[in-house]
Design a protein around this ligand. Structure first.
Ligand SMILES: NC(=O)c1ccc[n+]([C@@H]2O[C@H](COP(=O)([O-])OP(=O)(O)OC[C@H]3O[C@@H](n4cnc5c(N)ncnc54)[C@H](OP(=O)(O)O)[C@@H]3O)[C@@H](O)[C@H]2O)c1
Length: 269
């Protein structure tokens, strides 16, 4: 008779088909102690990541193709994971998008997508999966915010404010879940070299040349280390950590002045 082995618990990672999320998935696969549930909208890219991890590591990967900007997305993802019948050890809510532009200029449909993707779906995913984790009295949650959550930035109000929401939501959730042995971590990257920015608006080559963009693998590595050691917050990179300190000290009128006077800052995209 073959020995019966219990299925591995899983980590659910949203936004896993590219950038920071893909690097998180690669590093989780390298650990080898978790199955992966990877969620993104783009089927082709998601299946490519699933194939890569299975081929390289033998990782059991369950891809879930889902537009996380739809109101019912969190319930659908939770139901799909439930149907797999495996325990969820970690939830990493990372999917995101970005656009420049002032509030009064924003395309309302695009703004609504961002609010759903950064606020509604992450919150409801936490509600649904935290309930399961509370019942099993173990689990780890990580939410990807941004260093833009440290201040009010004109020109990226939608992005920065949704990331501020994620940061405070994660901090409150951390306190709520601590008595059950569940940790919640905020990952707050600075500028990172991924496909997040529209290359027709942000000169990625120049940003790379000036060393402004951090490597997505390093961001993922720092985030996972923080999550698995139960840290409250992770700002990867000394430059970004210094920036969060400086941001607390700079008067808002200086930020406003730079925004109005700096011709190099993108205005829309
Ligand atoms: N890059 C930076 O400078 C930076 C800085 C601070 C914070 N962050 C945050 O880091 C997180 C990851 O971004 P990234 O930099 O790695 O960018 P990215 O490479 O563009 O990755 C974004 C991920 O989110 C997924 N996604 C976007 N819209 C979705 C939707 N409607 N439904 C399902 N999935 C969706 C994308 O999948 P699809 O391709 O399938 O849509 C993709 O896998 C985001 O939350 C971002 O705000 C990034």
């Amino acid at each position: 008779m073959r020995p019966v082995t219990a299925p591995l618990p899983c980590a659910v990672v949203t936004g896993a088909c590219s950038g920071i999320g893909r690097e998180i998935a690669r590093r989780l696969a390298a650990r080898g102690d978790l199955a992966l549930v990877l969620v993104s909208e783009n089927r082709e890219r998601l299946e490519a990541v699933a194939r890569e991890l299975f081929t390289a590591r033998g990782t059991q990967v369950h891809p879930i193709v889902c537009d996380l900007a739809r109101p019912e997305a969190a319930r659908e993802v939770h139901a799909a994971v439930d149907a797999l019948g495996i325990a969820v050890e970690a939830l990493i809510v990372n999917a995101g998008m970005f656009f420049f532009g002032e509030v009064a200029d924003a395309d309302p449909r695009k703004a609504n997508v961002m609010l759903q993707l950064h606020v509604v779906t992450p919150s409801l995913l936490c509600t649904l999966f935290a309930r399961d984790m509370r019942a099993q009295r173990r689990g780890r949650i990580m939410l990807t915010s941004s260093i833009s959550a440290w201040r009010a930035f004109p020109g990226i109000a939608y992005y920065g404010s949704t990331k501020t929401y994620l940061r405070t939501f994660a901090a409150a959730l951390r306190s709520e879940l601590a008595p059950y042995g569940i940790t919640v971590t905020t990952l707050a990257p600075g500028a990172t070299d991924t496909g997040l920015y529209d290359p027709t608006v942000v000169d990625m080559e120049r940003a790379r040349r000036f060393g402004v963009m951090m490597d997505a693998g390093k961001v993922a590595e720092a985030g996972l280390r923080a999550m698995f050691t139960g840290k409250a917050e992770c700002v990867p990179g000394p430059f970004n950590r210094a920036a969060t300190v400086a941001m607390r000290l700079v008067p808002q009128r200086l930020i406003d002045l730079v925004r109005r006077r700096a011709p190099w800052l993108p205005v829309a995209g």
